[in-house]
Design a protein around this ligand. Structure first.
Ligand code: ZN
Length: 203
């Protein structure tokens, strides 16, 4: 664990959407549009002055990849994924201010803002593309897009159009996204038709 300066980092998070509000899974905390400033929630000792405190769990968590993110929250989304406690929504956050890196897992930041939301359906086993019949999910996402002022796209589109790279999602996260989505549909140059597809490019 190390503390770095004020360089903004991009990480992956899973929220649950209650109406048009993004709520943290673990801390039951509502996220505001734009900048959010973390508070230490320690109850049986003096709260950290400037989250993320060393040896504490405060600050906004984000992981370096989508699979890591689901892995972290998966034990908690079995029944919640059914929508009873709100719809799970995967997205990217920018974290800055005081930032503590947790190995290859992710980081905790004192300040964070949602920067992009993915419309994919989040199920305990992974992501599924949003379809036309997911009307209520579509309406929820539209509410989030308006309230938070961030783009809402499919993970596949974000990957294929280079949005992840553009936002600074990092190679680890991009590789994990590509792996989660499986083989990418692609147009082969005529000379390669019938040959082996080249490895998916991740932009
Ligand atoms: Zn703390």
């Amino acid at each position: 664990m190390e503390t770095v300066g004020s360089e903004p980092l991009i990480g992956w998070r899973l929220w649950r959407a209650l109406g048009d509000t993004l709520v943290s899974w673990i801390a039951e905390e509502n996220w505001a549009p734009g900048e959010n400033a973390a508070e230490c929630l320690a109850q049986h000792r003096t709260p950290c002055e400037a989250p993320p405190g060393a040896g504490c769990r405060c600050g906004y968590w984000a992981t370096f990849g989508p699979e890591r993110c689901l892995h972290l929250v998966r034990p908690r989304i079995g029944e919640r994924a059914l929508g009873f406690y709100g719809r799970p929504v995967l997205g990217l956050v920018a974290g800055w201010g005081e930032v503590t890196i947790h190995g290859r897992e992710g980081f905790r930041a004192g300040r964070a803002a949602p920067v992009l939301l993915f419309n994919d359906v989040v199920a305990p086993r992974g992501l599924r593309p949003l379809r036309g019949w997911h009307r209520r999910r579509g309406a929820t996402l539209e509410g989030l897009r308006r309230r938070y002022g961030v783009p809402v796209v499919s993970l596949r589109a974000a990957l294929q159009q280079g949005v992840l790279a553009e936002l600074g999602a990092g190679e680890t996260g991009i590789a994990e996204a590509a792996q989660m989505l499986g083989p990418q549909p692609r147009e082969y140059p005529p000379a390669l038709k019938g040959g082996q597809p080249s490895p998916p490019t991740t932009g």
